[in-house]
Design a protein around this ligand. Sequence first.
Ligand code: ADP
Ligand code: MG
Length: 326
Amino acid sequence: MSSEFDLIARYFTRPTPGADLGVGDDAALLTVQPGHQLVVSCDMLVAGTHFLADAEPELLGWKTMAVSVSDLAAMSARPRWATLAISLPQADDAWIGSLAAGIHACCAAFGVELVGGDTTRGPLNLCATVFGEVPAGQATTRGGARPGDELWVSGQPGRAALALGELLSGSEISPALAASCRMALHRPEPRLALGLGLRGHASAMLDVSDGLLGDLGHLLAQSRVGAELDAEALPISPLLAACGDRRQAMDALLRGGDDYELLFSAPPDERQAIRDIAARCGVPVHCIGRLDPNAGQVALRFADNRVEPLATKGYDHFRGVDQPAP
Ligand code: ADP
Ligand code: MG
């Protein structure tokens, strides 16, 4: 059985050439490039709330780091360092080794150095804080969208929800698409290159962690605008192919969380630039609607011009999914 300090030395201490001082002292020392702002985001994954206790540790390690990297991507910030606070029921070397492998793999993939943390015994709980930088004044916030801007989403939101449905209720996903849905749930790929590329092009941005409509509600609230989604433009066909049920596919797309795609707005004259940036990053993007002055409201427009209001419900840990976002 390893001690706390053996665990830290063996699994969480790696070279950190980009830090002035990394793991091993009372605190890390970091220098941000001149002319940049420090960008900080923290996410906690709790067993039973965010993942099942028997989750595969390497994937859990990846996801712990990936969800925070995704927050920095959504700010158009470059992640540089992270700290990791973990609470573990026991010091099982094989399990911790796999967890650490996932954490370091994600750090390596996105240029992050682990510079500190805390390791304690207790209920399984993983908390990563990622520190990054952005040229001063150039972060993409949730508050910059204007009426007339177009609304875009990256990739394929809804896949994680289908995989979660499969896990929890045994609902079936077509075998051809099951792997990509499970990857979206267990090993989300932060859209970092896209988020960085959109700096100066997107007027507002966030990552979709709690469901497209719920997170859209946050963007609309902070920008004081409304949105009209174009039903024909929503990327529903892969979800429909995966589950075979239009209602379920639509629900996964609009309300499913945990995909970590980017939702962003941009003026129409940025359309070509956005398509070029996305192509360079190898990430599909979909223009799914436009913003209007109807602050906080979302409508869905169908091909026959019928318009239906939508509630911006997102997942809320204290209220569940059925309450409208404030
Ligand atoms: P202190 O008691 O001074 O807070 P700790 O004994 O908790 O220090 O940690 C020793 C060193 O190991 C510190 O530099 C801390 O940042 C680092 N550390 C602890 N746990 C982790 C972890 N899970 N990942 C990375 N670094 C860690
Ligand atoms: Mg400590």
